[in-house]
Design a protein around this ligand. Structure first.
Ligand SMILES: Nc1ncnc2c1ncn2[C@@H]1O[C@H](COP(=O)(O)OP(=O)(O)OP(=O)(O)O)[C@@H](O)[C@H]1O
Length: 261
């Protein structure tokens, strides 16, 4: 059930974004925070693992190369939430999530209503079920997008900034849901985020990308050092433990070594 990434390379034409990425095997039940500065390739990595973008090297999930999976198999096993919010169409939330179930064929037709109700209740968005997407706020559409992914119960979750449009209540709600689903159902989840403290509080592993590829990967307390944060983001920062024991990053200032072009 592990995810194996070895000798992995991806880019756009001649512009190689991630070179020779070698990760330790990622085992079921692991929530990975994917962090790094703007443009380092977080979305590119998630798109490649979702099978929507070609890559070189090995990316194998449950002993099957992702690049060789049929679209049906990918839809069944891999849940990808892109960075862009669902479109504000005239469909209501229920219809959108229903069509996601039908497209993936992972949920038997007789169980679709039950599956949709379960995910809407878990995410706390029952009041949105019959609301048109065009009449929702950005945050509400983001929650429906997440419901579209979670309803299929994929074993590998690839979530690109799933809380970017959400207020604090919904941010916590989403991370708690992802954490619970990852642990209870032994899934693997990647969550790309710029909210380092939110990601760190819930993640088991943190994968830090820098220009060209991997900067570090491991348990948050091992990986997130002031040096690593300076290299990754060009910031002077402290990592302190809060009264509940979570690591908290306090960014004091922008340093001169930003990892940008
Ligand atoms: N469709 C594309 N064609 C060509 N280059 C692209 C394309 N999409 C992204 N890029 C480039 O690939 C690099 C990585 O982009 P990506 O969106 O993966 O970064 P990111 O880490 O997700 O950034 P952000 O935090 O800003 O969302 C950037 O330099 C970007 O300019």
């Amino acid at each position: 059930m592990s995810l194996i990434i070895q000798n992995f390379q991806v880019g756009y034409g001649r512009n190689v974004i991630i070179k020779n990425l070698e990760l330790p095997a990622i085992t079921p039940g692991t929530l990975v925070a994917l962090i790094g500065s703007n443009g380092v390739g977080k979305s590119t990595l998630l798109k490649s693992l979702a099978g929507v973008m070609k890559f070189k090297g090995e990316a194998t999930f449950e002993q099957q190369p992702i690049a060789q999976m049929s679209q049906a198999k990918r839809m069944q096993h891999i849940g990808y939430l892109p960075q862009t919010l669902p479109q504000p169409t005239s469909l209501v939330a229920y219809e959108l999530v229903y069509s996601a179930c039908r497209a993936a064929a992972g949920v038997p037709v007789d169980n679709i209503n039950e599956a949709i109700e379960r995910v809407f209740k878990r995410l706390g968005i029952m009041p949105l079920a019959l609301k048109k997407m065009s009449e929702m706020s950005g945050g509400q559409r983001q929650m429906v997008g997440l419901a579209q992914v979670l309803v299929r119960q994929p074993k590998l979750l690839l979530l690109d900034e799933p809380t970017s449009a959400l207020d604090l209540h919904w941010q916590l709600n989403v991370l708690e849901t992802i954490k619970q689903q990852t642990e209870e159902h032994q899934r693997i989840a990647f969550v790309a985020s710029h909210d380092l403290n939110l990601a760190l509080r819930f993640c088991d592993q943190v994968l830090v990308l820098a220009k060209g590829g991997l900067l570090a990967m491991g348990a948050p307390k091992n990986v997130l050092t002031p040096e690593c944060l300076d290299q990754a983001f060009g910031i002077t920062a402290r990592i302190e433990a809060c009264s509940k024991g979570y690591p908290i990053i306090l960014a004091d200032s922008a340093s001169s070594s930003a990892n940008t072009d």
